[in-house]
Design a protein around this ligand. Structure first.
Ligand code: V47
Length: 365
């Protein structure tokens, strides 16, 4: 047993080196420890076993079809009322025009997510998918959060499975992790009260996995939630992943306070960010990847996160998302060249590996 592991953490340490699952109580103990160095050390054991010294990224861009939304989440800085000068709502043709701007670029993924527009339906979503697939069949379409899917599938009269299979047939390859926020029903009732329930988010991802559509999962942390709420959130995900193995990555999203109704909660500090990545890596033993989403977190913090369990930094983005710049993130026009990302990763002591959405290696840089 390593001498520098404090006595109270030796059982957890033993479990980690033996690749055994830690309990919720042990997860809480890690959160409550004031020892970020130890958490980084423990998380790095899991990280290296799963992903060696590789740090993954992809070449991607986002499309945000609309910022008009039937929901009015307290943390959202992105939503605008219909009729507002800052609101937009693209037709499927306009979305294809955005995709066409990347025709000469070696991107492998388009990430499509936006508000839940009251006029949208499954046919509009299918048109988007089909137009993109016809234009660029090799482009992976990671699209539509469980919240958008809940609305359009429910409206279509199809079952969740039927709706997902229809979208898959039209070209949907995977589902992003948005909309999970915090699963605890009491917190959810305060921060996003009219949004799809936690049970529905989990059901849609479970049905997607069973229909052969992989997905990601997120948590929105650093506002009013407690460590117990974070552990409960991850416990629900861990249970689902045990059944389906359909999640690729877990993406902790740090709450940003600008231009939304939750400013009073402030923003957590970098120690809290690192703690959260480390505990996620250790607790979610059945998730292959933990992602630090650099447009939300900032480049330097992302670099540091690689030593706290993170093995993926998302992608090049090319200034195509507004969700975080509107909420006060440092990069107002998030974009990185492949060279920038490789430098960021190498500077942190890891090996840059370009991946596709499903983590097949495209190139070791
Ligand atoms: O669900 C919104 C979050 C999410 C704020 O799957 C905020 O690869 C912090 O899910 N402060 C959408 N967070 C983004 C998302 C995502 C991002 C990157 C990669 C993937 C993936 C998924 O953004 C929302 C919400 O949790 N969010 N507003 C805010 N003020």
């Amino acid at each position: 047993m390593k001498d520098f592991i404090p006595r109270e953490f030796r059982t957890i340490y033993g479990k980690i080196i033996n690749d055994e699952r830690i309990t919720s109580t042990e997860g809480l103990m890690l959160y409550n420890s004031n020892n970020p160095g130890l958490l980084g050390y423990l998380a790095d054991i899991v990280r290296k076993r799963k992903n060696d010294d590789h740090a993954f990224f992809n070449r991607n861009f986002h499309v945000e079809p609309t910022n008009i939304c039937i929901h009015n989440c307290e943390f959202c800085s992105y939503r605008k009322a219909a009729g507002s000068k800052e609101a937009w709502n693209y037709s499927a043709g306009e979305i294809l025009d955005i995709v066409r701007r990347f025709d000469d670029k070696p991107v492998t993924e388009v990430h499509i997510v936006g508000g839940v527009h009251p006029d949208h339906n499954i046919d509009y979503y299918c048109r988007i998918l089909q137009m993109i697939k016809n234009h660029r069949p090799g482009l992976h379409i990671k699209a539509f959060s469980a919240i958008e899917l809940d609305y359009i599938i429910n409206k279509s009269g199809l079952s969740i499975r039927e709706g997902l299979l229809k979208l898959k047939e039209c070209g949907l390859n995977s589902i992003p992790g948005g909309g999970a926020e915090i699963f605890d029903e009491k917190v959810r009732a305060i921060i996003c009260k009219d949004k799809s329930s936690s049970a529905m988010w989990l059901k849609i991802h479970e049905e997607a996995h069973m229909a052969g559509i992989p997905s990601n999962a997120t948590i929105l942390y650093g506002h009013m939630e407690t460590y117990e709420h974070r552990i409960d959130h991850m416990e629900r995900l861990r249970k689902l992943q045990d059944r389906t193995a359909g999640f690729n990555s877990f993406i902790p999203l740090k709450f940003r306070k600008e231009n939304n109704k939750m400013r009073r909660f402030g923003e957590v500090n970098i120690i809290e960010d690192m703690k959260n990545y480390a505990v996620s890596r250790i607790f979610l033993d059945n998730f292959p990847h933990i992602k630090a989403y650099w447009p939300a977190l900032g480049k330097e913090t992302t670099q540091l996160a690689l030593s706290f369990g993170v093995d993926d930094v998302d992608g090049t983005i090319d200034d195509t998302t507004k969700i975080y710049s509107m909420a006060g993130a440092k990069d107002q026009n998030p974009s990185m060249t492949t060279e920038d990302i490789c430098q960021l990763i190498r500077g942190a002591g890891f090996k840059p590996v370009e991946r596709d959405t499903l983590y097949k290696v495209v190139k070791e840089w």
